[in-house]
Write a protein that binds this ligand. Sequence first.
Ligand code: GDP
Ligand code: MG
Length: 370
Amino acid sequence: PESITVGELANRMAEKAADLVKALFKMGTPVTVNQSIDQDTAELLVTEFGHNIKRVSDSDVDIDTATDVDAPETLQPRPPVVTIMGHVDHGKTSLLDAIRGAKVASGEAGGITQHIGAYQVKVADGSELTFLDTPGHEAFSEMRARGANVTDIVVLVVAADDGLRPQTVEAINHTKAAGVPMIVAINKIDKPEAKPQRVREELLQHEIVVEQLGGDVQDVEVSALKGTNLDGLLDAIALQAEILELKANPDRAAEGTVIEAKLDKGRGPLATVLVQRGTLKVGDVFVVGAASGKVRAMIDDHGRQVKQAGPSMPVEVLGLGSVPSAGDQLTVVENEARAREVAAYRQGVLDRKRTTAAPMSLENMFANKA
Ligand code: GDP
Ligand code: MG
């Protein structure tokens, strides 16, 4: 009988391997990412995800059905999506700026970075990394609660002069719950009072054993302020990404997740979308949340207009009917009629949820009857 590893199946479904492992565990099949499962189990799993997460309707408006799995030969390597988390003032923003600044200065002279909530960095070997500029842990857990697990790798920033703090522990718990691998960046190593070893020991209390202590969680000493060892951190991320073997099919209708969205006075509703599989193109018709739209233009993290965006690329999308929410799924469909149909279906689901969630009072019981 045919079998497939959980990691490979995750790639083909464009889902997180950790989510599959969790679902399998619930189904009574405890396995790890590298283990194989038989075809029956794989089918069950696909149905499970198709049913719970991807299903758009019970009728013909199904656009993400259980058969919506990419064939292995269509998969190509994609950049990892990285989120930086940690306690306030431990240097998250500084680290993001340093990584972006260093790269802008060295490789792309004159490049003006634009805030779109995510950006890509090219590393020494030519490969790219995607960073999510999340406003905080709340956004991370809220996106996750909505089934949008977009992060492949978490970089946990801990200030070496301060050690583990409440939000550090919160970040650790979020990361563990999401099943996402972690890299520890021990920051502020330039400070005379820095105690990196103390950080490593404190992490032990949360079952995180870093490499320096013989474990398998990479730890890297950095100074965001001085720009020390940023390459070491980027190498660590690249290595972790290599282990994950992240792949997606770029040659299909695009699917992605809204990272952030806003209403711009001049340009209308804007959304930064992280493409997860397929390639998003100008002119594509799509559904996002319960609204439809058509890609009028796309802008990358340097403020440049782009015609298309492949897997793991973040782009700002113009041409939305309304402002979506972070975590909303964007799905390209074949035409506008279909888009309206799917949008209406999704709106119906939302309305039903709202109705059932409303507390029952005598008044609305009668109102519902009428
Ligand atoms: P965030 O709240 O985690 O985003 O932290 P910030 O990046 O805003 O940094 C908080 C403070 O720590 C700022 O005053 C930074 O200049 C300082 N800081 C950040 N990284 C370093 C570092 O590597 N060394 C030193 N000495 N200070 C740093
Ligand atoms: Mg900050």
